[in-house]
Design a protein around this ligand. Structure first.
Ligand SMILES: Nc1ncnc2c1ncn2[C@@H]1O[C@H](COP(=O)(O)OP(=O)(O)OP(=O)(O)O)[C@@H](O)[C@H]1O
Length: 320
């Protein structure tokens, strides 16, 4: 398989696309017009670094640090993702890609973008809304597994976000619990667009080797089987299915609880094994919903819009 040729060691994080696929929308440093055009979508006036006071560290990502910050004049709280000047070029490209995509989106289930700036030191930073409960991964580790009713709420919101993104020809490519943010109102928002892709045409080639491989769909491991092309929208749905499954059972679906992921075992299970099935006790609706997400044949997988009509989502208290 194509991916075997390219990967010889365990690394669940995969790199950005090859240069031919990258089409930066602007060079560094950003022209002022690009920065302000993206920031102007935000409801607030453009935010400058001097306006923000750091309150603490929220987390560390791939090459960057996310801070909780307070806007000195308005006292509004934001999240500030800073990628340092000495980070590798790939990380800097990721943050620019993220800024570009967030600047184009406006959905209640996509983290809201409030601005971007580059400091004289060379650090680049994105300001987004602050999500006070962190990620679904954090919640899983802190509170334990999710009930079906909670998962219906999560699924409906992530699908709202995905159906918005897909309608705007944006593929996320890294849906997983640690990229879904939550606040105390139990609003769930899609974040981390560093490896996302904007499809210029519906049938654009979609590079497979980006994102977190554990959540990748079978066709992403072997795009050659699909003529070097595959349906990236369906791949996001597969990742959502695995995410919900993990939140329900408390461990990654293809591996027994407590077992560390091993690249070769994982890839073989995803590509050659049957899709994972929920344990006894799961309802028929939930089982069916997960099956619709985890169809190995991507053309049979339900779309985000179709899944929004699935009976499992009627469990969502907001819809009862
Ligand atoms: N808007 C936000 N509100 C609250 N916490 C956030 C926000 N954005 C990020 N965080 C926290 O910061 C952590 C790091 O986020 P970041 O997006 O940089 O990286 P990541 O997705 O965890 O890692 P990677 O980029 O390597 O995939 C998150 O796991 C989360 O805990």
């Amino acid at each position: 398989m194509a991916v075997v040729r390219d990967r010889r060691q365990l690394n669940l994080r995969l790199p950005l696309p090859e240069p031919s696929e990258r089409c930066p929308r602007f060079p560094l440093p950003l022209p002022p017009s690009a920065t302000s055009a993206s920031a102007s979508k935000s409801s607030t006036a453009a935010i400058a670094p001097a306006d923000l006071e750091k309150l603490g560290v929220l987390g560390h990502g791939n090459g960057g640090t996310v801070y909780k910050v307070r806007h000195k004049r308005t006292s509004s709280i934001y999240a500030l993702k800073v990628v340092h000047a000495d980070s590798d070029p790939m990380t800097r490209r990721q943050v620019l890609r993220e800024m570009d995509i967030l600047g184009r989106t406006d959905s209640p289930n996509v983290v809201q973008y409030h601005g971007f700036f580059e400091k004289p030191s060379g650090d680049v930073a994105i300001v987004t809304e602050y999500m006070d409960l962190g990620t679904l991964d954090t919640l899983l580790k802190k509170n334990g597994t999710f009930s079906e009713a909670q998962l219906a709420t999560v699924a409906r919101q992530v699908l709202n976000g995905l159906s918005y993104l897909h309608a705007h020809k944006i593929i996320h490519r890294d849906i997983k619990p640690s990229n879904l943010l939550v606040n105390k109102n139990m609003e769930v928002k899609i974040a981390d667009f560093g490896v996302s892709k904007i499809m210029c045409r519906t049938l654009d080639a979609c590079n497979s080797y980006v994102g977190t491989c554990a959540y990748m769909s079978p066709e992403r491991f072997d795009p050659d089987r699909y003529g070097g092309n595959y349906n990236g929208y369906a791949a996001d749905i597969w990742s959502l299915g695995l995410t919900l499954f993990e939140l329900y059972v408390g461990h990654f679906p293809f591996l027994p609880a407590g077992q560390r992921p091993d690249w070769a075992t994982l890839m073989c299970s995803i590509c050659f094994g049957d899709p994972p099935t929920l344990p006894e006790g799961a309802s028929e609706e939930f089982r069916s919903f997960i099956e619709c997400c985890l169809k190995k044949e991507s053309s049979e997988r339900w779309t985000a819009s179709q899944l929004l009509t699935h009976p499992f989502l009627s469990r969502d208290p907001e819809h009862c």
